[in-house]
Write a protein that binds this ligand. Structure first.
Ligand code: AMP
Length: 366
């Protein structure tokens, strides 16, 4: 039986381990927390992500290693890659961890991005403001997620406080995009280079955190889908990526601008567990283990609602057959993703009706 090592034991690791049981794959996770969500469904090594003893233990036990979050130290990924097959490759991590490398890569493959300028001092911020202007957003180059490490500028007078707010860390100043919708494309590439894509997903954020995903995204032409797939494939090929890769996009008319990418299974793909022929988790495992990729077709209309900060009392969502509740076993904390609900419906009208009810129930407690 193939054993997959997973760096990180959060909910993504948990859902990877759950999918593994359906493919006959075993998982072993590495996480500093002894009570990580993934430890509920798979054995775990408790250790830091840069603990060489823990990394050696993981590499020795596993046939192939992957990761479930993009802030795994690149040095740890390289350390692992010297000892065991590691997918996605360290290059995918390296590019995803640095907004300048990431945006430069998008531009190289012809995928547009918002005008941006790297900033590493107060003086450079004021120079960048001359070029980019306002409204704009200052984002740290590294370690930003869920809207953390970023601050909006409405006027040039905000420069001083914005620079302090990002902790005077190397950043980028980026033009604010007047997008109509936020979308994401999820692709998966196998060890033999074969690739598959899920239909574009529409994402709705609240305070920088993903709140709702709708699949397939409404009003997407086959041309827009093909454009997104072409760009995602080019990014994966440039990186030698193997596994799932998600690119978050802004839709402006018929144009797509890339915001950022995640070299891993992604929150905007959780609906695939019930809503696609093969889930993103199973396809990630299939890809990294050298198995044939599963179908990405959709038998139904889906929506996903994240449960953030708190979970409604048991039974709140009722017995609706369209509703699928997933809880991660994490302690409540503001802004923390504690679970999600996936709605599966035979048509968009039913989906939207149930989505309205689920978001109201979640909101009354979130
Ligand atoms: P990020 O951490 O870059 O994914 O940003 C989190 C969220 O902030 C995005 O999903 C958008 O909703 C919003 N956002 C980030 N950058 C921009 C931008 N340049 N223009 C408009 N909205 C943005």
């Amino acid at each position: 039986m193939t054993l997959v090592g997973i760096v990180g034991g959060g909910q993504l690791g948990m859902m990877l381990a759950e999918a593994a049981t359906r493919v006959g794959i075993e998982c072993l996770t590495l996480d500093p927390a002894p009570d990580s969500p993934a430890s509920r469904v798979a054995p775990a090594i408790v250790g830091a992500y840069d603990d060489e003893r823990a990394l050696i233990e993981l590499a020795a036990a596993a046939d192939v290693v992957t990761y479930e979050f993009e802030n795994v130290p690149v040095a740890s990924a390289r350390f692992l890659a010297e000892r065991v097959d590691l997918f996605p490759p360290p290059e995918s991590l390296e590019f995803a961890q640095d907004r300048v490398l990431e945006k430069t890569l998008f531009e190289e493959v012809g995928l547009g991005v918002a005008p941006f300028s790297p900033v590493s001092s107060k003086e450079e911020l004021s120079e960048a403001l001359d070029v980019i202007g306002v409204p704009s957003v200052l984002k740290t180059r590294r370690l930003g997620y869920d809207g953390k490490g970023q601050v909006r500028l409405a006027s040039v007078e905000d420069a001083e406080s914005a620079w302090r707010a990002v902790g005077e860390a190397p950043s980028i100043l980026e033009s604010l995009v007047p997008f109509e919708r936020e979308l994401s494309i999820l692709g998966v590439r196998g060890r033999n280079g074969a690739a598959a894509f899920y239909p574009l997903v529409q994402n709705i954020h609240r305070e920088g955190i993903l709140r709702v995903s709708i699949a397939p995204a409404p009003d997407v032409s086959p041309e827009l889908q093909a454009t997104a797939e072409r760009h995602a494939l080019a990014v994966m090929e440039r990186l030698g990526h193997v596994g799932v890769l998600a690119i978050e996009l802004f839709r402006v008319g018929e144009e797509l601008l890339a915001n950022e990418m995640a070299p891993r299974v992604h929150n905007s793909g959780h609906w695939t567990i019930e809503g696609a022929a093969t889930s993103q988790f199973e396809n990630h495992l299939r890809a990294i283990c050298g198995l044939e990729l599963g179908s990405t077709s959709l038998p139904a209309y889906s929506a996903m609602v994240n449960l953030i900060g708190s979970v409604p009392p048991e039974g709140s969502f009722g017995l609706d057959p369209e509703i699928n509740l997933h809880l991660y076993g994490k302690a409540s904390r503001p802004s923390r993703k504690l679970g999600h609900v996936t709605i599966i419906a035979p048509d968009p009208i039913t989906r939207d009706r149930v989505l309205g009810r689920v978001t109201r129930t979640a909101d009354n407690h979130g």
